[in-house]
Design a protein around this ligand. Structure first.
Ligand SMILES: *Cc1c(COP(=O)(O)O)cnc(C)c1O
Length: 440
């Protein structure tokens, strides 16, 4: 029984798949927060690298070449393995075939590096000297800190305060790569001061950290803001995951009936799902796509579809998306990367049209599932990825009841080796579920 499916360097995809250009119904445009006019490349380039701004709005090119130097960096850790989870299948006694794409096997431990590298590469090409960003659990910040180092850029990271306390080692990693790390909300920006004045005990959220990072980027010369999720160009970079997986599933002689990924802003979900979705669009495939979110931060299953800001202070463009409201304060769950109020524009449009579905999962079920996965597959998953595992286990159990031999593919977006304090809490019986508390 074959366990892992690997690709040679020469088999690596050389182009990203641009879902935006292939969508039959295009999403509505981003809107300028001040003028309320649709934003163009010039407008978005005020904040982002110009090439990223172009990709963000590109409804023309279905395939976008991966720059050669970025491919060279990808070769350090890609292709990642596609793995058949025989151990998990046996433990569940399911007839389903479970595969996972293992994005935890790069030195930064998550899929985030796939977009950090091109974003820093484009910044360097455009003469930018400083990059800034937000980070939750710290995976994006860690990946960006390293990618900035590759291209000789200075890097400043606003990390969500509660995540900084829960996962102190991720700040250590960022500092080791040479980045400056500040807990958010902080007193170093106007946005941070405003939040602390209103709510001195604010635990921070991705929304507060984004406001602070954008403020720094717009007040510092030659500094660009980078984002590790949500935006179209980030999901574009992540399609390397699904394009590899497509080749690897073919090696295994199978095609997924169900594709599952956890959902923060949608980049690892889109990265795995979009390349398979194009076969639903064009080749009559009927794969189901499931995005797994925390039940305490349920924008896909209980959010509203409307224009909203990507951050707390209202500095970002207004985006048409499923949202819990930009002032939503997520519960302190350990899956820091999923504590975000909104969903990316492409996935929101796809959800609206019924081309994918959301499922929400309580924290305890994610750790139960993560523990079973660890004991059967030997990998400690990130608390974020555990949402995908939990959704996979639900599907596999359904297959056991119906006897269906479905092929399930999920993304293991990262490992949880820096999250062991969370596992300790779970093992000590101290972890709890949080109910969804709508924004006031
Ligand atoms: C950031 C992160 C996520 C959530 O972000 P998406 O853009 O929704 O993928 C999920 N898993 C891990 C390991 C992460 O670091």
């Amino acid at each position: 029984m074959q366990k892992r499916y690997l690709l040679n360097e020469s088999e690596l995809p050389t182009r990203w798949y641009n879902m935006l250009a292939d969508m039959p119904v295009k999403p509505m445009p981003p809107i300028h927060p001040g003028t309320k006019e649709p934003m163009d490349v010039d407008g978005l380039s005020q904040i982002f690298a110009r090439e990223c701004a172009k990709q963000e709005l590109d409804t023309e090119h279905v395939w976008i070449d991966i720059p050669e130097p970025v491919l060279e960096q990808y070769k350090y850790y890609r292709a990642t393995p596609l793995v058949r989870a025989h151990g998990l299948e046996q433990a569940l006694g399911t007839p389903a075939h479970i595969y996972f794409k293992n994005e935890s096997v790069n030195p930064l431990g998550s899929h985030k590096l796939n977009s950090a590298i091109p974003q820093c590469y484009y910044c360097k090409q455009e003469g930018v000297t400083n990059v800034t960003t937000e980070t939750g659990a710290g995976q994006w910040g860690a990946a960006l800190s390293y990618a900035a180092k590759i291209y000789g850029l200075e890097c400043a990271v606003y990390q969500v305060k509660v995540s900084m306390q829960q996962k102190p080692y991720r700040s250590s990693i960022m500092r080791t790569f040479g980045a400056t790390v500040v807990g958010s909300p902080s007193m170093s920006t106007r946005a941070g001061k405003d939040i602390i004045t209103r709510d001195p005990n604010h635990p921070g959220s991705l929304g507060t950290a984004i406001s602070e990072a954008i403020e720094l980027a717009t007040t510092t010369p030659n500094c660009k803001y980078t984002l590790g999720s949500v935006l179209n160009h980030v999901a574009l970079h992540q399609t390397i995951i699904g394009l590899e997986a497509e080749k690897q599933m073919a090696m295994a002689g199978e095609y997924p009936d169900v594709v599952i990924a956890c959902f923060g802003g949608g980049s690892n979900f889109g990265g795995l799902a979009f390349p398979f979705m194009r076969h639903n669009l064009h080749d009559g495939k009927t794969t189901r796509f499931i995005a797994a979110e925390p039940d305490s931060c349920p924008k896909l299953t209980r959010g509203e579809f409307r224009y909203d800001f990507g951050d707390s202070a209202g500095y970002t463009p207004l985006l048409p998306m499923y949202t819990l409201g930009h002032d939503f304060k997520p519960a302190n769950i350990h899956a820091g990367g999923l504590r975000y109020h909104g969903a990316g524009v492409i996935v929101s449009q796809l959800l609206k049209e019924g081309m994918m579905q959301g499922v929400d999962i309580p924290q305890l079920e994610t750790f139960e599932s993560a523990t079973l996965f660890a004991r059967t597959e030997g990998i400690i998953p990130a608390p974020e990825s555990a949402h995908a595992i939990a959704a996979t286990i639900r599907e596999a159990k359904r297959c056991k009841q119906t006897g269906e031999e479905k092929v399930i593919l999920f993304n293991l977006s990262g490992h949880g080796l820096i999250d062991m304090a969370a596992y300790d809490q779970y093992n000590n019986g101290d972890l709890i579920n949080y109910a969804y508390q709508p924004a006031k």
